[in-house]
Write a protein that binds this ligand. Structure first.
Ligand code: IPM
Ligand code: MN
Length: 373
């Protein structure tokens, strides 16, 4: 393939965001080197660190850099000093929410896989979760997150949930298309027995289903879905849901993978796409070298897919599989012989740079005993 030149805006954010992003960038650099591409990275503040520096969780320059990029790699945002202050006038999360809205990132795609080598790390029974392979399509720029919110004169608080037919159709098409290329099974998760917005979701999905005759459609209420996801996760292929239900069930589903540190996501829309791990900023772990970089690295693989670099993305996933199979893992998945964030990233990067040299050289490099670097 000809040399590909792409601009990647990196928004490391807060907490462990910078350290996991550093590993994802290292992996992308290894991909560039191996395939002769050029990725031009630029780093921009967002979240609590941006509030500290500029008073704004999404500075104009950061937004402009994202718009000008081919893709955005995002770390994590959030800081306990805001979590514990419900009256804070500006919050780090506003940076991410505004970024999603400004970039029109209406679909958040969250794959959930049970890795055989990690089944014992899930608190769920191995026989229940083995073989899980689902993708959650979470609507990302509508619903209760973005509806009118406020307080009335008597101090009552409200958050409105609204959805238009068009908002539902555009993500539903993506979910149907994904299902058509997978196991042809789509589950709509809603609360149509109570919520009017959910009834509209059902109507729209039922109408679109006629255009995808090969896809079997199921409808589940979110309370039942929450139970089914941990009772029998292999029944799911593509799960489609609105913003807040998707936020909640995707954290729940990460328990199947064995660690939140393994789940990547892609947020796509009209223009530039954004790639971020589903985990948060995990401030307690910051700077300790214990954060799992694999969710960020797998997000980088989704970024490569999005740029049309499927072979490259596949190699990243192979390298991650290799790390998992060989237990080159951070402490939450390898308590007895843990590797650091940096070592896991190096292992994956070196495996990509030269997978012919095989795992041992990658391993030596990861643990710092190689003479190559
Ligand atoms: C996520 C996060 C965000 C969300 C927060 C940080 C605003 O939990 O990406 O899942 O609720 O969407
Ligand atoms: Mn969340």
């Amino acid at each position: 393939m000809d040399m590909v030149i792409k601009k990647i805006a990196v928004l490391p954010g807060d907490g462990i965001g910078p350290e996991v992003c550093r590993q994802a960038v290292k992996v992308l650099e290894a991909v560039a080197e191996r395939f002769g591409h050029r990725f031009e990275f630029s780093s921009h503040p967002v979240g609590a660190c941006a509030i500290d520096a500029t008073g704004n969780p999404l500075p104009d320059d950061t937004l402009a850099a994202c718009r000008a990029a081919d893709a955005v790699l995002f770390g994590a945002i959030g800081d306990p000093k805001y979590d514990n202050d419900p009256t804070a006038p500006v919050r780090p999360e506003q940076g991410l929410l505004r970024l999603r809205k400004e970039l029109g990132l209406f679909a958040n795609i969250r794959p959930v896989t049970a890795y055989n080598a990690l089944l014992k790390h899930s608190p769920l029974k191995a026989e229940r979760i083995q073989g899980t392979d689902m993708v959650i399509f979470r609507e990302l720029t509508g619903g209760i997150y973005f509806g009118e919110k406020g307080r009335t004169a008597d101090g009552t608080a409200y958050d409105h949930c609204t959805y238009s037919r068009a908002e539902i159709e555009r993500i539903a098409h993506l979910a149907f298309q994904s299902a058509a290329g997978r196991r042809r099974h789509l589950t709509l998760v809603d609360k149509a027995n109570v919520l009017e917005t959910s009834r509209l979701w059902r109507e729209v999905v039922r109408d679109l289903a006629a255009q995808y005759p090969d896809v079997v459609v199921d409808y589940l209420f979110v309370d039942n879905a929450a139970m089914q996801i941990i009772l029998n996760p292999t029944q799911f292929d593509v799960v489609l849901t609105e913003n807040m239900f998707g936020d909640i069930i995707s954290d729940e589903a990460s328990v199947i993978a064995g660690s939140m540190g393994l789940l990547p996501s892609a947020s796509v829309g009209a223009q530039v796409a954004l790639f971020e791990p589903i985990h948060g900023s995990y401030p307690q772990a910051r700077g300790k070298g214990i954060a799992n970089p694999l969710a960020a690295i797998l997000s980088a693989a989704l970024l490569l897919d999005h740029l049309g670099l499927g072979t490259e993305a596949e190699l990243v996933r192979e390298a991650v599989d290799e790390a998992i199979t060989n237990h080159i893992l951070t402490p939450e998945l390898n308590a007895s012989a843990p590797y650091t964030t940096e070592q896991v990233g190096s292992y994956v990067a070196f495996w990509i740079a030269d997978s012919n040299e095989q795992q041992w050289s990658a391993h030596n490099i990861a643990i710092g005993i190689s003479t190559i670097i």
